[in-house]
Design a protein around this ligand. Sequence first.
Ligand code: GLA
Length: 687
Amino acid sequence: MPIDVSADGRVFLLSTKSMSYACCLEDSGLVAHLHWGPRLPSVEELAVPIRWDLSPNDPVAQLTPEEYPCHGGFRYKQQCLAAELADGTRELDMRYRRHEVRGDVLVIHLADPIAGLGVGMYYRVSEDLDLIARWTVVRNEGSESVELTAVASAMFHVDRRELAVSNVHGIWGAEQQPFRQPVGYGKVVLESRRGISSHHHNPYAVLDSGATETDGEVFFAALEYGGNFKVVAEPSPYGSTSVSLGINDYDFSWPLAPGETFEAPRVVAGYSGTGLATMSHQLHRYARRLMRDDRSRPVLYNSWEATGFNVTESNQRELARLAAPLGAELFVVDDGWFGNRASQLDGLGDWCVNPGKFPDGLTPLIDEVKALGMAFGMWIEPEMVNPPTRLYAEHPDWIHHTPGRDTQTSRDQWVLNLALPQVQEFIFTMIDDLLRNNDISYLKWDANRPIAQVGADPSVWHRHMLGVYAVVDRVTAAHPGVLIEACASGGGRIDLGTLAHFDDFWTSDNTDALDRLTIQRGYSLIYPAKAMRAWVTDSPNFLTGRAVPLPFRFHVAMTGSLGIGMDLRKTSDSDLATATAMIETYRRIRPIIAEGDLYRLVGGLDQEYWAVLYVHGASAALFVFRPVARIGRRPLHVRLRGLDPEATYRYRIDASTFEHTGTYLMNHGIEFSFYGDFASQLVEFSS
Ligand code: GLA
């Protein structure tokens, strides 16, 4: 049974393949954590703890590891819900009211009759994915309006103090840099206040006490939300650690009229007793199922690094003619095709084809791209407007702004307020027209600056996010065949909330293959390779000036969703031939990368070698990299994982063919001896 309730109705046990999660109704009327960890056989073995005040300064409400603590009473710890009631008071006292089991969902209802608020804590059990999802619905059951000032999605507890929290840090061009730090004393707060999930941290928490890729316990939770988020890990002086996730309560409030509800975004959570790789496999499977469109993602050519803002019909035709014979399946025209877009100064908002650049519209180019055998895609940045545009002249009140203040630009642009229905309508109509009038099957939806100066209403941050989701969902409902890539100056919008609506992530504007090894490793902890756009671009790289051989650049990009961003007009014939062969190989192994289980065998900034393995059914693909030969030039001996021990795998390395059992490859492994810097190898296995 995935959901078990004890005979007395006070203990709730949720079980997946290998995890159990339990909470209970305590004598205090509070619903509290009981277990999160390996699977338990029976709910009846779990007893409701008896608690009493440890001292006048350590009262029961503070001691109890509540599933959803609210502001009020003797609570000094991190809380999930806070509200300002009609009389100005903020005291809440949420106690158990009832519970119900609806299929694979348990709902525990809490209520505070004096405040007139009800809380529904939802738990969905996905036995096969080995995960649970939690979300929360707050209802105004009173007769007066209430202002919600904090609504986290969920709080989780781990029964121990000595934990480390892992996440990523970063900036533009250096997203997804993994870090792990002790929870220690006080709180660890990871958040975004930028209106997007951001380049800086990511909306998830991973807690462990010494786990490796293959060993140790890992507790993890990831939020399905791409706006302002807050993750708080807090050690309790009473021996456990809590972690809460949800919409950031910074500059947040939400009015709730009588009868209205507020639904906080979903959190997906799990437990691995076998290290980080298992966590990633579970989350990747979940994410792939979350994705709207299960088609394989096309190998694309994108013109951004080749032509910048200076796109013209003729230079795009030229690039398309060079991209098609390489094996590209999709040609994407990036920024610069619309309005008065000669640079970042102008054009955003005026989404008509620039007649100087495309005198006969987009159709001639699209026809040629299609005749070359590729699909056609376009870049848009629909949430933004440049000051000189007609859109701004006609609708100056559509931007996020604070009356009486100068509205500051960033990248010379303002953000449209997608909380406004008329803005949503404008954007939907613009995209709908674009897609109706042109044979477009891919959009790259960019957002090149954070939100700021939102004016008087703090609910706007969240309303903007809901507006984005509403427009994207409307577009994909009207044009189900179109794939939409989420980009925010590179990887500023990588999160499960985005993945529930968009189809691809642009991982980073940093396309340097060496830097990408760390960015992509950080990304891979939580997010699936299928959605990780990775381009091969020119060498030396525009951002880092680093020169990297073409096979290495390809191998790094082939570990995700392959794209080409080189200026093919300048590419040598021999590099074009290498690219053609690499793309052919990628198209053959794409299902293994996109749908397989990823094993991070070796890697990290301190390592000489990096190796990642993808296993999908009877096939596997191993990538080995050595960026810089260190003194001593040691070989890499690497053991594979995740293979069928009984199966015999065939593979080639250079000119030699091998046959070995899965057991041999996993227990003994393969030795790689490379010569020179930026050496790399792809080995394909089939059984
Ligand atoms: C952002 C994106 C780039 C490119 C430019 C266009 O920086 O991340 O890939 O699309 O915008 O202006």
